[in-house]
Design a binder for this molecule. Structure first.
Ligand code: NAD
Ligand code: 0WE
Length: 256
């Protein structure tokens, strides 16, 4: 028996084959889970259709812009119809307007702050509320975060503040949902070369910086995020909730 045999899950945040969500979905699938996928909008539908299709032609695929309550409601209505229940949810979604990640944090607009927090932090609460009624057998919610929530990473700016809100939200959700045996954890990943990272000026230098300074002297691999994601989703982690687990080759322990 594999770690996730018989578990049903829904994955938010696949954009393409480099997405962290895809790495974790593949690991969950290999561990025996049955998965549904959502995609942000028509622009990404074909990509996600092709990837999700590799798990079988009838893999459930639904649109979901996480800023739209009616789309979130439909995802859980359809998942409830097709699966009847749910055990796993992956939140691998973040967005801040590009200009907010370029200039000074001091210049963050009210609108950029609102959008970053709506997409990247509030959405976890909305998804948890949708998923919880289906998780009658208990469950595991997993969200992706980054060290810029704890320390200043130049240019991460309002995303750092939104990730701090995401991590705190995971703790409050863990408290609310614990009595129902629903766990809520975050993986704090070191930098990974994805679509969301590619646009960032100096990202290649950041990968080099991690390689030079992390205890393991290298960058994290997507399949290593998959392995930790599988652990956290599994009953092996039955007593782990409200945590932020660093999967960053040890970078976060360094003081200099
Ligand atoms: P990615 O671009 O592949 O994934 C980001 C996803 O967010 C995309 O699928 C996109 O469609 C989705 N998204 C954005 N706005 C949305 C909305 N309104 N509704 C629904 N979906 C929306 O990039 P990624 O690097 O795989 O990012 C996934 C997660 O990992 C994010 O939370 C990110 O902050 C986190 N993370 C990334 C890194 C990194 O270096 N790449 C490091 C640590 C944490
Ligand atoms: O969470 C992220 C990136 C999330 C992200 C990326 C973009 C690029 C395109 C959110 N919004 C947008 N908006 C866009 O228009 N990471 C952890 C990767 C990342 O992004 C950085 C980093 C790292 C690491 C930005 C500045 C500095 C470091």
């Amino acid at each position: 028996m594999s770690l996730l045999t018989g578990k049903l899950g829904v994955v938010f945040g696949v954009a393409n084959k480099r997405s962290i969500a895809w790495a974790i979905a593949q690991a969950w699938h290999q561990a025996g889970a049955t998965l549904a996928f959502t995609y942000q909008g028509e622009r990404l539908k074909e990509n996600v259709e092709e990837l999700a299709g590799t798990f079988g032609p009838d893999t459930l695929l639904l649109p979901c812009d996480v800023t739209r309550d009616e789309e979130i409601a439909r995802v859980f209505a359809v998942v409830g119809e097709k699966f009847g229940k749910l055990h796993l949810l992956l939140h691998s979604v973040a967005f801040a307007p590009k200009d907010a990640l370029e200039g000074a944090f001091l210049n963050t607009s009210r609108e950029a702050f609102r959008v970053a927090h709506d997409v990247s932090a509030y959405s976890l609460i909305a998804l948890a509320r949708g998923a919880a009624p289906l998780m009658a057998e208990g469950g595991s919610l997993l969200a992706m975060t980054y060290y810029g929530s704890q320390k200043v990473v130049p240019h991460y700016n309002v995303m750092g503040v939104a990730k701090a809100a995401l991590e705190a939200s995971a703790r409050y959700l863990a408290y609310d949902l614990g009595p129902r045996r629903i766990r809520v954890n975050c993986i704090s990943a070191g930098p990974v070369n994805t679509l969301a990272a590619r646009g960032i000026a100096g990202f290649t230098d950041m990968l080099k910086h991690y390689e030079a300074h992390a205890p393991l002297k290298r960058n994290v691999l997507p399949e290593e995020l998959g392995a930790t994601g599988t652990f956290l989703a599994s009953d092996q982690a039955a007593a782990v909730t409200g945590q932020v687990i660093y999967v960053d080759c040890g970078y976060q322990i360094m003081g200099m």
